[in-house]
Write a protein that binds this ligand. Structure first.
Ligand code: SAM
Length: 212
């Protein structure tokens, strides 16, 4: 899976993918994460990426030209890449959507900032708009990290088979509301707080029922 992320703050991504399963996925070539600095697609001395909104109002809007150039440049090397814009106005992210995205081979994610991005980019280049929840963040970078993390876990071999938990929350396709069971580890008794007896019984059928 290849992720292309367009951002005005590339440094935010400096360490985030250096840990855990994502870093293993990158090392084993199952994942590739390309971070694109939107300012690299400007042509003026000050590398301006934003401007005031037409019609007035507060804040700034990310200009169309650098975004068009960035997406077109990515698409010339990654034809067929699905372009996602992260926005509170998008369809709310679910595990089902994450599963759907994990089946694609190449995603391009636009991180908005300020008041958002020029609508012409959305109308002409974006395949889908996704929101990570009904609240407003200051930029699309954390939502992009969320998508990369959740999608990457579903790429074959990023998580080792023995670590894969098919009862994981939201993974039941017949009932998306199902959540994972409670888990405990050693010690059996921590300052009088005990692990449920059933988990120590060795009776796998009863344990399965208890977990259900
Ligand atoms: N004016 C916009 C609004 O009211 O919907 C908010 C813009 S927000 C300050 C700046 C950027 O953060 C957005 O363009 C978007 O890329 C990102 N963002 C903020 N909240 C988000 C969310 N819940 N899901 C996805 N992206 C979000």
């Amino acid at each position: 899976m290849i992720f292309n992320i367009i951002t005005i703050f590339p440094l935010m991504f400096d360490r985030i993918f250096d840990f855990g399963v994502i870093s293993q996925g990158i090392k084993s070539d199952k994942l590739k994460i390309n971070i694109h600095n939107l300012r690299d697609f400007t042509h003026d001395k000050h590398k301006v990426v934003d401007d005031r909104p037409f019609g007035g109002g507060p804040g700034m809007v990310l200009k169309p030209e650098p975004l068009f150039e960035a997406v077109e440049s990515i698409k010339s090397k990654n034809p067929g890449s699905r372009v996602i814009y992260l926005t509170p106005q998008g369809k709310k992210l679910t595990q089902e959507k994450i599963e759907d995205l994990s089946k694609r081979e190449n995603l391009t994610i636009i991180c908005g900032r300020y008041e958002g991005i020029d609508q012409r980019v959305i109308d002409n280049l974006v395949d889908e708009e996704i929101s990570i929840g009904d609240y407003v963040l200051s930029g699309g970078e954390i939502p992009a990290m969320t998508i990369v993390d959740a999608v990457s876990r579903l790429i074959p071999k990023v998580i080792k088979n023995e670590e894969f938990n098919d009862s994981e929350s939201f993974s039941d396709k017949t009932d998306r509301t199902k959540l994972d069971y409670k888990v405990y580890t050693r010690p059996e008794n921590y300052k009088g707080k005990k692990v449920p007896e059933i988990l120590l019984s060795g009776n796998h059928e009863e344990i399965r029922k208890w977990r259900k």
